[in-house]
Ligand binder design. Structure first.
Ligand code: NAP
Length: 297
């Protein structure tokens, strides 16, 4: 069977790595990014830069989107020169951004009206997972569309699960984010306590990482905290965007999430301090301010 031509829209921290992996898997790739210079690297690697999301859609069987927030996905799909303007009947749109489950369902119906179909397929695994092709992918949509997209997903990820109908992928991604920030808070409190308790924080981290307290967050972001390396795999601004989505969705279904709401407020203090561009592990700085103590490896 011939491979579909794939389009990729949004070459940020995540999209860049995923697009490279699609090229490595042999796909013919069209790309578009709002800041055009970000397409140069992909063009050098063999992708074809396009002039707009509509232009990508006009030349692609499968169109993947990975941009920041709900209004951005709406703009890229339904805006001026958006995907809907170029979409071919029978094409498949896959949104891999993390956005509102409700808006996802509305966009899917606009895509359907053009004779095409849509999957929501948000990811977890950070910039490392995007670069290595080891992302977890949570997919919402029809099974036939999922099966059609599976080889493309396999070029970008490892744990790929169809979790339900359109919008369900986004809901499960929000489940994922509740777990991520809970882990980030536990890591921050634990490392700060180790520092205050007068132990060597590097040894403390090594001692607990492999046991029942271990986590992806601790193994990947713990060392960054000890090195006071705040470069983002995932920015505080995007983390806060996801928590806003979590709290709105929880409000819709009437479930209290007191822990997540507290972490939302801690991240807000960091945004107010001008740190929104730093990595989400900089959550520890909010606790350091409360404790008037800095972790010092
Ligand atoms: P990023 O590095 O900030 O990149 C954002 C991308 O979206 C850029 O290509 C940006 O274009 C584009 N964009 C934003 N608004 C746009 C608009 N209105 N129109 C067109 N393009 C627009 O973000 P990222 O970390 O790659 O995250 C992308 C998505 O993946 C987000 O939904 C995020 O929540 C999700 N995600 C991220 C991670 C992670 O660890 N980073 C993990 C899982 C999921 P410009 O280059 O022009 O700014």
């Amino acid at each position: 069977m011939t491979q579909p031509t794939v389009g990729y829209i949004g070459l940020g921290i995540m999209g860049r790595g995923m697009a490279h992996n699609l090229l490595k898997a042999g796909y013919t790739l069209n790309v578009w990014n709002r800041t055009a210079s970000r397409m140069d690297e992909l063009a050098s690697a063999g992708a074809t830069p396009r002039t707009s999301p509509a232009d990508v859609a006009a030349h692609s069987d499968i169109i993947i989107i990975c941009v920041s927030d709900t209004p951005d996905v709406v703009a890229v799909i339904a805006g001026v020169d958006g995907v809907l303007q170029g979409l071919r009947a029978g094409a498949l749109v896959i949104d891999m951004s993390t956005i509102s489950p409700q808006t996802t369902v509305e966009l899917a119906s606009q895509v359907r009206a053009k004779g095409a179909s849509m999957l929501d397929a948000p990811v977890s695994g950070g910039s490392e997972g995007a670069a290595k092709g080891t992302l977890s992918i949570m997919v919402g949509g029809d099974e036939a569309d999922f099966n059609r997209a599976l080889p493309v997903f396999q070029a970008m990820g490892k744990n790929i699960v169809l979790v339900g109908a359109q919008g369900a992928g986004q809901t499960v991604k929000l489940v994922n984010q509740i777990l991520v920030v809970g882990n980030a808070l536990a890591m921050s409190e634990a490392l700060l306590f180790a520092q205050a308790g007068g132990v060597d924080v590097t040894k403390a981290l090594a001692a607990v990482s492999g046991g029942a307290a271990g986590s992806w967050m601790l193994s990947n972001r713990g060392p960054q905290i000890l090195n006071r390396d705040w470069r983002p795999g995932f920015t505080i601004d995007l983390q806060q965007k996801d928590l806003r989505l979590v709290l709105a969705a929880a409000d819709d279904v009437g479930v209290p999430l007191p822990g997540t709401a507290l972490i939302f407020q801690l991240y807000r203090t960091l945004q107010q301090a001008g740190l929104g561009h730093e990595g989400n592990h900089a959550l520890v700085k909010a606790l350091e301010q409360l404790a008037r103590l800095e972790i010092n490896a």
